[in-house]
Design a protein around this ligand. Structure first.
Ligand code: SAM
Length: 276
């Protein structure tokens, strides 16, 4: 396989840095621990570095690959496995609810393109109710943002959304030397456990996404100044005895969820998620 990998013209635009180091591949599979009846979805199988081990576990496997050249390669290599399914589609355009018709939670794994990590993560979170866990390789700095707690400089949109619906942790750091072509950066693998959600949840997930984005886009401003563009904060603050003097990074994830729910109920009492 290595000779094919070396001859392949990797596309930078698709973030193609392929794993070839057997030790790292073994470690990743051990950490993921696929089981025979799991429903596993791999984002961007590429040349199948992780795919073979996943298939051999006996799990029900679906690979989602955007590059047609790799579709041919993967079909040729793995179509003899009965538990192998491949879809030629952009993961971000995939409706996960169409896949999990058997009502089994999906387990997601992937060594994904660095430049679209956030959009891949956010599109997975749109289907958080369907996912059991997710393990993704990404740039180490991005992984640190995912797991950052409030009060840290890295705490932001990715941390809040990640920690609302799941509990993320960094399970492995990965050097550039295990990839072809070699990236310029360190990588890390984050695992999200979707069975560990915050004890209260956003009542309107779409509003929550906009709310979190709005407050963190102005992270140095106190909440009162940012939220006044969205509604009557003075009355809201007085009636609810909420302190909007703080900056978004000072609030815990649960405080942000509670604030968003209260603000939405106060400012848009008759609006449901489907009204937008
Ligand atoms: N999993 C392989 C490995 O570890 O060697 C390949 C990893 S490579 C970093 C990323 C893979 O994701 C490539 O195969 C690329 O073609 C694919 N890809 C890029 N964007 C994608 C998207 N939006 N949806 C699905 N696959 C994508």
């Amino acid at each position: 396989m290595n000779h094919k990998l070396r001859a392949f013209k990797a596309k930078k635009s698709l973030g193609q840095n392929f794993l070839f180091d057997a030790n790292i591949i073994r470690k990743i599979i051990q950490l993921f621990a696929p089981q025979p009846n799991d429903f596993v979805l791999e984002i961007g199988p590429g040349f199948g570095a992780l795919t073979e081990n996943l298939l051999q576990s006996g799990c029900h496997y679906t690979g989602i690959e955007i590059d047609e050249r790799l579709i041919f390669e993967l079909q040729e290599r793995f179509s003899d496995y009965e538990n192998f399914t491949l879809r030629h589609v952009d993961f971000r355009k995939l409706d996960l609810s169409q896949l999990s018709s058997v009502h089994v939670s999906i387990r997601i794994i992937g060594n994904i393109p660095y430049h679209i990590t956030s959009s891949i993560v956010f599109s997975a979170f749109m289907h958080h109710n369907l996912i059991a866990d997710m393990m993704l390789m990404m740039q180490k700095e991005v992984a640190e943002r995912v797991v950052a707690g409030h009060g840290c400089k890295d705490f932001g949109i990715l941390s809040v959304i990640s920690q609302t619906y799941a509990q993320p942790e960094i399970v492995l750091t990965v050097p550039p030397t295990v990839f072809i072509p070699r990236p310029d950066i360190e990588s890390a693998i984050v695992r999200w456990d979707f069975t560990q959600k915050q004890e209260r949840q956003p009542e309107d997930p779409e509003f929550f996404r906009i709310f979190v984005r709005t407050i963190f886009n102005q992270r140095r401003k106190i909440l009162r100044n940012t939220l006044k563009k969205m509604g009557d904060v003075v009355l809201f603050e007085n009636e609810k005895t909420i302190d909007l003097q703080r900056r978004p990074e000072e609030l815990s994830v649960l405080e942000i969820i509670d604030l968003c729910n209260a603000f939405k109920a106060y400012s848009f009492p008759n609006q449901t998620g489907s009204d937008r």
